[in-house]
Write a protein of this length. Structure first.
Length: 249
């Protein structure tokens, strides 16, 4: 398939998990993929797996100056940026806020909200000049409903959904579509690390998904392809739930 042929896509947090799956699927669909991540070792491994038409930059997306340099580099080297996937995210320990430090709270919001703002702001001028662009913000079902002991994460993902709607309104007439994608629980190493094991992930989260299982990263990547493709040409300002029925309950 080549539904994204001749497109250039930037994916943040792309060295592992959902971001890696999106980068790999976009590449299979014909896109030039540019991966941004802080983890150089995992970034290099992912680039070697994807192969040709994949490029990577180690960067902290909360550093506006560094992000700006990279976006300029990408535009000069690979041309117009057609697609941006804001996937990079941080989590906190699972506790009530009385046991969460201000530093930890700010870290989650700095990466999840400020990082998304910074990368988007850097990419938008080129999209506006080109008269087209697609922005996909990876949110979460926990941006629409809460779960216990996760207030920093829930707060940040709720903000991402609202940021998406506001951005879609601001740039609809610029030819830019902006949507968020809200996964339910997805079996990633990060989720396993939070709960301690794959078995504990299933024990804690499987029953919350009426479909009867946890998502695979490839299923989230498939939804991202839809939002990045002409198949969703009349979709903007929406939050696409890929949550196995989580919000039905």
């Amino acid at each position: 398939m080549s539904i994204l042929k001749k497109k250039t896509a930037i994916i943040t947090g792309a060295a592992q998990g959902i971001g890696k799956a999106i980068a790999m699927r976009f590449s299979k669909e014909g896109a030039v993929v540019v991966l941004l991540d802080t983890n150089k070792k995992k970034l290099d491994l992912t680039l070697s797996e994807i192969g040709s038409n994949a490029y990577g930059f180690q960067v902290d997306i909360t550093n506006e100056k560094d992000v700006g340099k990279i976006i300029n580099n990408v535009e000069n080297s690979y041309g117009v940026i057609d697609i941006l996937v804001n996937n990079a995210a941080s989590t906190s320990k699972k506790e009530k806020i009385t046991k969460i430090s201000l530093k930890e709270w700010e870290k989650v919001l700095r990466v999840n909200i400020n990082g998304t703002f910074i990368v988007t702001k850097s990419v938008l001028p080129g999209m506006i000049s080109n008269g087209s662009g697609i922005i996909i913000n990876i949110a979460s079902q926990l941006g629409s409903v809460a779960t216990r002991n996760s207030s920093p994460y829930c707060t940040s993902k709720g903000a991402i959904i609202q940021f998406t709607k506001a951005l879609a309104l601001d740039h609809a007439l610029d030819g830019i579509r902006v949507n968020s994608l809200s996964p339910g629980a997805v079996l990633t190493q990060r989720l396993i690390d939070i709960y301690g094991s794959e078995e504990k992930v299933n024990d804690q989260l499987l029953s919350k998904h009426p479909i009867g299982r946890i998502a695979n990263t490839s299923e989230i990547a498939a939804a991202a392809v839809f939002l990045a493709s002409p198949e969703s040409s009349f979709v903007t300002g929406s939050d696409l739930l890929v949550d196995g029925g989580y919000l039905c309950q």
